[in-house]
Design a protein around this ligand. Structure first.
Ligand SMILES: Cc1ncc(COP(=O)(O)O)c(C=O)c1O
Length: 412
């Protein structure tokens, strides 16, 4: 199989470094991938495929870190966005898409009565903590160790340039360790505003963990007893596990839920929903951003949500994701390689067992990228409704070759 080369990408990266710190920052930097084996810049996308500046084509299993749920340049979503764009995007007041999307979200998300809109996931995870703190009059927030809730100071994994005071009220427990959680709650009784969890545990660089049986029922009882809020961060899983919210998939009954990423198929918008009893508190909160009110992403979200339900996208992404999982597990077994492939098939996480520093996975994913398959070596992947059976077949041809190369490079 022909291997891709990336001359234009890396030349552009050097240029970018003249004007931008590190050229590209955040998780999109090539240093976070396998340096030299991935492109740095893309030019276009369609459905599940993306093209880089050197003209190489990929089947994309990162879906822009989850946003692309029904594929890039989806014609229905783009038509709705363009229609709104022609009328205007950012107005002095909200557009008439505001009520339409608010009603659609409240109807679609089970057990939730009101909604606010913002831009990024971090905007609404932060806002959820504001509501929990204002409602309870308490400060402490419990998180699961290793979970990601955004880049804002109270929850970022970085401490670079950030005073420690910003996360002084954050307590951590190990996901699913109910005894530890109860101990933390007892030790901080009367001081906890709430707990924020992703629907299941999907940390970067570690296996995904499903909630233990009865976890959410017990957590609900604890929250009610302690007077603390249950907040679900559905920003990454949202609309890949259940069209009415991932809490339905896991039989949880949260107070507040955060959404973003897939809800508008890549157009920039996030949302937080809440139960009726918290609405009066929300009325007192200061919550705004210049672009929070723009109409185009709202038009895109309205169509995206409709298509997800109409086309049975959730079932499809899990079915086709299962085909990829089964295929890769069989190939690894046949090659005598031990992999761990965890999480729901629509957002799988794959690593090699006994690969502490990720060098094996970085090699494997780098070889796949050079052959047109865009995985990530230490982040979960995403399946979209635009991935086809042909994509999965092509992917499995490449992964078979990459497992063989990995075996040769590390285990022979
Ligand atoms: C679970 C989760 N929460 C919050 C966020 C933050 O969202 P954003 O990057 O849009 O601020 C992310 C982003 O990856 C996420 O995966």
């Amino acid at each position: 199989m022909r291997e891709y080369s990336f001359e234009k990408s890396y030349a552009m990266l050097e240029k970018a470094k003249q004007w931008v710190p590190n050229g590209i920052y955040g998780p999109r930097t090539p240093a976070f991938l396998t340096y030299g084996s991935y492109p740095c810049f893309l030019t276009k996308g369609k459905g599940s495929h993306i093209w880089d500046v050197d003209g190489n084509e990929y089947i994309d299993y990162m879906c822009s870190f989850g946003t692309n749920i029904i594929g890039l340049c989806n014609e229905e979503v783009d038509a709705a966005a363009i229609e709104q764009m022609k009328k205007g995007d950012c107005f002095t007041l909200p557009s008439n898409r505001w009520n339409e999307l608010a009603e659609a979200m409240v109807n679609q998300i089970k057990g939730q009565d009101w909604v606010v809109f913002a831009k990024n996931g971090s905007d609404v995870t932060t806002y959820a903590t504001t509501i929990a703190r204002a409602y309870t009059g308490k400060n402490k927030i419990i998180l699961a160790e290793g979970a990601y809730h955004g880049s804002h100071y109270w929850c970022t994994h970085s401490s670079f340039g950030i005073p420690a005071e910003y996360n002084a009220h954050i307590l951590y427990f190990h996901y699913n360790d109910m005894e530890e959680l109860k101990r933390i709650i007892a030790d901080n009784s009367g001081q906890i505003a709430g707990i924020m969890l992703t629907p299941h545990h999907h940390p970067a660089t570690a296996d995904q963990l499903m909630p233990a049986p009865g976890f959410y029922q017990e957590l609900r009882e604890i929250c009610d007893r302690e007077g603390m809020l249950m907040m679900i961060d559905d920003i990454r899983c949202g609309f890949r596990l259940h069209e009415n919210g991932s809490h339905v998939y896991y039989n949880a009954d949260p107070d507040l839920i955060c959404f973003g990423k897939a809800m508008a198929n890549g157009y920039p918008i996030s949302a937080m929903t809440g139960k009726e009893i918290y609405k009066a508190t929300a009325q007192g909160a200061f919550f705004t951003g210049t672009h929070y009110f723009s109409g185009v992403p709202m038009a895109a979200a309205l169509t995206t949500l409709k298509v997800i339900v109409r086309d049975g996208v959730v079932d499809y992404v899990n079915q086709i994701g299962l085909e990829l999982k089964q295929g890769m597990e069989q190939q690894a077994l046949a090659a005598g390689l031990k992999i761990s492939y965890t999480g729901p098939p629509a957002i799988p996480y794959m690593r090699f067992v006994e690969d502490q520093d990720f060098s094996v996975n970085r090699f494997f994913c780098g070889e796949a990228a050079k052959r047109g398959i865009f995985f990530h070596p230490h982040h979960n992947w995403f399946i979209s409704g635009a991935h086809t059976r042909e994509d999965i077949e092509k992917t499995l041809q490449v992964t078979e070759e990459c497992f063989a190369l990995t075996k040769k490079a590390f285990f022979e």
